[in-house]
Design a protein around this ligand. Structure first.
Ligand code: N01
Length: 533
């Protein structure tokens, strides 16, 4: 018999990652009754699932954490400049406990359908387990990178060894000692895991389709004096970050790479390479605007790869030829140096595509590779994947994935016309993945919960984005995306990594400050672009 535990809540929240946790806390602070459904058996979202060796954040720990609670900010101590996954997961677990959130979450609850009943103005979530949850509002806190992308390779069932996706890593870990391992994919997940697997495995073969740009993290223990200095004036760091295009504090030059001498430019790139991290691209203001400026950064990174990797044929294969910063740049520890190890081999899939998996390994167009373990590091169906895999139906009963069949559209990345009382945290059309996710999440959570509280206070029951507002915003998202070089590269930002996915630049590239200002203006004008009843 199907168990029906239908209960009336103000807010149904899907996902218990950083967005879902803060949503639940904020709802409770505002006196809203909320319930979270989470697919995993614990909190942490992306940090719950992505447990592969070497997984760590590419935004510095002192910035990649919540700022909504001053005491939490002061009491938590990060051990490294860039935290590793286990520590970030412990932080999420700490937050859940500290704010007594666990009793508001149903774990191992995967949403199958979400339906809006126009007559009663109620959302009903139905789980894969047959349970249901009803609420006036529904907030999708399902993450931008949460639906793993499995490459369409023949023969998964034929392979006799284990196959692990980096985004679905076993909790007990994987023992690579004495094993022959294949890694498919050289994005951030591959680039972070490869140096670790190489140390343990007997032999590691890396199957690369496209090389990626990676800069060293220059990670290390977090200097306690530096952490104390930040904590003494945390707000200044947060305020400064909120004024940055990507919501990450750092030094970003507005100068042109082409207006300085090549010696000066090299010195600047060298300084940033040695400093480590994503702010490498902040060396000049036109790297992502002008191809010639971009070429100067490309040349520098190519030279670095060439200087690190001993085998010059391998070095050449590792040099990306597309623009730098088109795809999300990777931040690594010892990635390029790993190719100097005797037990590591790089295979270029352009010259020998994978044909199939067979019982003892991988077969390419040229030969067979005997392996014991296969690691799939092929990324995600980003931004829309997690939403589209649920059957979400709004006022007129049209499924969201049908509305989005030619690409997503939204109003502010927060709401969609025809889906009243439904909100998305860091949805397509918001800065999300182009920013530090934590401040973007906090911004959305506060905007959404304030909106719901405002609705209740004014005795409204329905809020829905106007079709015209959604269209105008989406045109703006595309207009902003068309400026500069970023959209010229095929990437998961554009959906190009998923076969058949519409090619649309999904995140908002107008910058975090401009975006926040727009959201603030909408509220000031009594939720301009929304209809409330
Ligand atoms: O995924 P990706 P990811 N056969 O899509 C290759 C975040 N993240 O999981 O470029 C063979 O970047 C594909 O090749 P190609 C971060 O935002 C953050 O690594 O399509 N290869 C590519 O090399 C990041 O950007 C951290 O030709 C195939 C790779 O697989 C995002 O997640 C850590 C293939 C996929 O790279 C995604 O990163 C990890 C096929 N059929 C992730 N299909 C941090 O540092 C795909 N590939 C916080």
């Amino acid at each position: 018999m199907v168990k029906n535990t239908a209960t009336q809540y103000d807010v149904a929240i899907v996902g218990a990652g950083f967005a879902g946790l803060y949503l639940l806390h904020r709802c409770r602070q505002l006196g809203l009754r909320a319930r979270v459904w989470e697919k995993g058996a614990g909190v942490g979202g992306v940090w719950y699932w992505n447990r592969y060796p070497g997984a760590r954040c590419d935004v510095e720990s002192m910035q990649y954490c919540y700022q909504f609670d001053a005491e939490l900010q002061q009491e938590w101590n990060w051990s490294e400049r860039y935290s590793a996954q286990p520590e970030i997961l412990r932080y999420a677990q700490h937050v859940a406990q500290r704010f007594n959130l666990l009793d508001g979450i149903d774990f191992e609850h995967t949403v199958k359908h979400a339906r809006f009943d126009s007559e009663q103005s109620i959302w009903t979530l139905t789980g894969e387990n047959g349970e249901s949850l009803t609420a006036r509002y529904c907030v999708m806190a399902t993450g931008c990178l949460s639906k793993p992308n499995w490459p369409a390779i023949e023969g998964y069932d034929d392979f006799s060894g284990p196959v692990y996706h980096t985004a679905l890593w076993p909790h007990e870990g994987v023992d690579f000692k004495g094993k022959r391992v294949a890694v498919i994919g050289t994005g951030s997940s591959g680039i972070q895991s490869i140096p670790h697997i190489a140390v343990d495995a007997e032999a590691l073969t890396i199957f690369q389709r496209t090389p990626n740009y990676s800069v060293p993290a220059q990670n290390g223990p977090l200097d306690p004096t530096q952490a104390a200095t930040i904590k003494a004036n945390y707000q200044a760091l947060r305020d400064s970050a909120s004024q940055k295009h990507n919501a990450i504090d750092g030094i970003y030059s507005t100068e042109s790479a082409l207006r300085v001498s090549s010696e000066e430019r090299s010195a600047e790139y060298e300084k940033r390479w040695n400093h480590g991290g994503l702010t490498f691209l902040g060396a000049y203001g036109d790297i992502l605007r002008d191809k010639k400026a971009n070429d100067t950064a490309v040349e520098f990174v190519h030279e670095k790869i060439n200087s690190i990797v001993n085998d010059k044929m391998v070095a050449k294969l590792l040099m990306p030829t597309n623009i730098i910063g088109g795809k999300r740049m990777c931040v690594d520890t010892d990635y390029y140096a790993t190719f100097n190890r005797d037990n590591v081999t790089l295979i270029d899939l352009n010259s020998q595509p994978i044909v199939r998996l067979y019982s003892h390994g991988l077969e390419t167009a040229i030969t067979e590779y005997l392996v014991d373990i296969i690691v799939i590091a092929t990324g995600f169906d980003a931004m829309t994947g997690a939403l589209n895999q649920m059957d979400i139906r709004g006022r007129s009963g049209i499924a969201l994935n049908e509305k989005w069949q030619h690409g997503p559209s939204s109003y502010l990345g927060l709401a969609m016309h025809d889906y009243p009382n439904l909100f998305t945290v860091t949805g397509p059309g918001s800065p999300s993945v182009l920013t530090n996710m934590l401040p973007s999440i906090e911004h959305h959570v506060e905007w959404i919960t304030n909106c719901i509280a405002n609705m209740k206070a004014n005795e409204h029951t329905i809020i829905e984005a106007e079709a015209s507002a959604e269209q105008a915003w989406w045109e703006h998202v595309q207009e902003v995306a068309s400026v500069g070089l970023k959209q010229t590269t095929n990437s998961w930002y554009t959906g190009a990594n998923i076969k058949g996915k519409p090619n649309v630049f999904m995140p908002y590239n107008g910058g975090f400050p401009q975006y926040c200002k727009k959201c603030e203006d909408v509220v000031k004008k009594d939720y301009e672009g929304f209809v409330k009843t």
